[in-house]
Design a protein. Structure first.
Lengths: 113, 112
């Protein structure tokens, strides 16, 4: 079945450091890929998405590129801020619109000033 | 903007009580989902629903049931709450056309 594997945290970075959170997936066909963010005490919010190979999703300085050849969707940001401290989830959706998203286990990011 | 609301942010119940968690979405979404979130385990799907009066088991349905009498409302029921059901519960909704899910703020349930 479909699955998502993302790097385990926690990840601790200094402000302005470069961030990479790795995400790889297993799926048949052409899934859509998502990154969600969960700030402390809140639900999940969609951060960015990509629906086909080589698409790049971007939002709030974060980027991720859908790489079918390596089945990856790594999240990157060039310069993190304290306000980026949160839990980040990678997820995929298969081609059926009704199927629930498959989530990775989440990566906790802490950014220190 | 899509809005998904959950009836309580924090809830404290006693072992053996019947507990209702309510979720309402305002964007006419067909699909609704209930997850629980625990440290180190990520999100785990409890139940989901594609349409009114329809339900499907997720990965961990034991000890839970659901009800969807109206399209906008999806209820999670703990028939007899136990301490191992202490968790954060998240509701989400989506359409079949747009695959992303929209989440509510969550209910942190403590069972004593």
């Amino acid at each position: 079945g479909n699955s998502v594997t993302q790097m385990e945290g926690p990840v601790t970075l200094s402000e302005e450091a470069f961030l990479t959170i790795n995400c790889t997936y297993t799926a048949t066909g052409y899934p859509s890929l998502f990154w969600y963010v969960q700030y402390p005490g809140e639900g999940l919010q969609l951060l960015l998405k990509a629906t086909k190979a080589d698409d790049k999703g971007s939002n709030k300085g974060f980027e991720a590129t859908y790489r079918k050849e390596t089945t990856s969707f790594h999240l990157e940001k060039g310069s993190v801020q304290v306000s980026d401290s949160a839990v980040y989830f990678c997820a995929l959706s298969d081609q059926s619109g009704n199927t629930p998203l498959v989530f990775g286990k989440g990566t906790r990011l802490s950014v220190i000033a | 903007d899509v809005k998904v609301t959950q009836s309580s942010r924090y809830l404290v119940k006693r072992t053996g009580e019947k507990v209702f968690l309510e979720c309402v979405q305002d964007m006419d979404h067909e699909n609704m989902f209930w997850y629980r979130q625990d440290p180190g385990l990520g999100l785990r799907l409890i139940y989901f629903s594609y349409d009114v009066k329809m339900k499907e088991k997720g990965d961990i349905p034991e000890g839970y049931s659901v009800s969807r009498e109206k399209k906008e409302r999806f209820s999670l029921i703990l028939e007899s709450a136990s301490t191992n059901q202490t968790s954060m519960y998240l509701c989400a909704s989506s359409t079949s056309r747009v695959r992303e899910q929209f989440f509510g703020p969550g209910t942190r349930l403590t069972v004593l």
